[in-house]
Design a protein around this ligand. Sequence first.
Ligand SMILES: *[C@@H]1O[C@H](CO)[C@@H](O)[C@H](O)[C@H]1NC(C)=O
Ligand SMILES: *[C@@H]1O[C@H](CO)[C@@H](O)[C@H](O)[C@H]1NC(C)=O
Length: 313
Amino acid sequence: MIFFCGRYGLIIFLILFLSHKSNSSNDSLFPASYPTENDVPPTDDLDYRHHNYKEMRQVINEECPNITRIYNIGKSSQGLKMYAMEISDNPGEHETGEPEFRYTAGLHGNEVMGRELLLLLMQFLCKEYNDDNPRVRRLVESVRIHLVPSLNPDAYELAYEMVYSLFSTHEGYDIFQNFPDLNSILWGAEDRGWVPRIVPNHHIPIPENVAVETKAIISWMERTPFVLGANLQGGEKLVTYPFDMQRPLIQRQNEGALRETADENLFRWLAVTYAHSHLTMTENQRGSCHTDDVTGGQGIINRASWKPVVGSM
Ligand SMILES: *[C@@H]1O[C@H](CO)[C@@H](O)[C@H](O)[C@H]1NC(C)=O
Ligand SMILES: *[C@@H]1O[C@H](CO)[C@@H](O)[C@H](O)[C@H]1NC(C)=O
């Protein structure tokens, strides 16, 4: 499951890449022509292994030192680093006019797929850049890409060792719903006609009572001018797009509009592009866990109209 958030999307190719990468084996796939969704070979020989914290650190290495920078966005409550890899032609620098993009994964310790996809994407971008893949070169030169495979490393380690499901942080927070609900504050003020004179619409102070991981993620987002991001979770095979929570109905006619951001069309386009590039996301048959296709065969859904959630990232 993926959430998009942010302002605009110059960088749709990256999203396509992730799904292509996860389905393809042949490293010479991209250079000459880009495959359509139907050209992707049905099998692959990628190393689909799980990586615990130590192994993950070994994968995040300096194979492409001139286009990568390893940093961490903070530490978990147990002191594990929340590693990020930046991929850019000028790592470590924000370049004027160059959009910043983030892929994150691993909010829940027992949802492991996203971490592996991002580790594969790191290796893929590095290798293809070195092999002169023009599409990857263009991405690396025109976008500053940040990949964070594990936002909740403590919970992954626990789930890895203990088999049964564990998703919250060591302190017991579910990071997925631990972000302060700034929407309600702003919407409430808007409904009273207080915006922007009494309540500004560009800065709302962030409450303090959140997990250390959530705090680290928030301050990372404040430091870095991201224009777009997507987060990978486990449990469903679909793309969701914002809003994640539903605006309360107050003297408004159009209920659908209550769930739409100002960038509704853009988000739908990004979501559709991802879902249709994926081998099976748009199939009606959704597998054994989930029998209903809530997406009508499209593979995408507005989160607020599916399963509204307050306090998501
Ligand atoms: C990749 O595809 C090319 C062209 O179809 C083929 O010649 C090559 O052997 C393939 N490589 C691998 C590793 O499968
Ligand atoms: C990084 O190194 C590779 C291989 O030496 C080179 O082709 C590429 O142009 C370099 N890129 C940058 C941004 O310095």
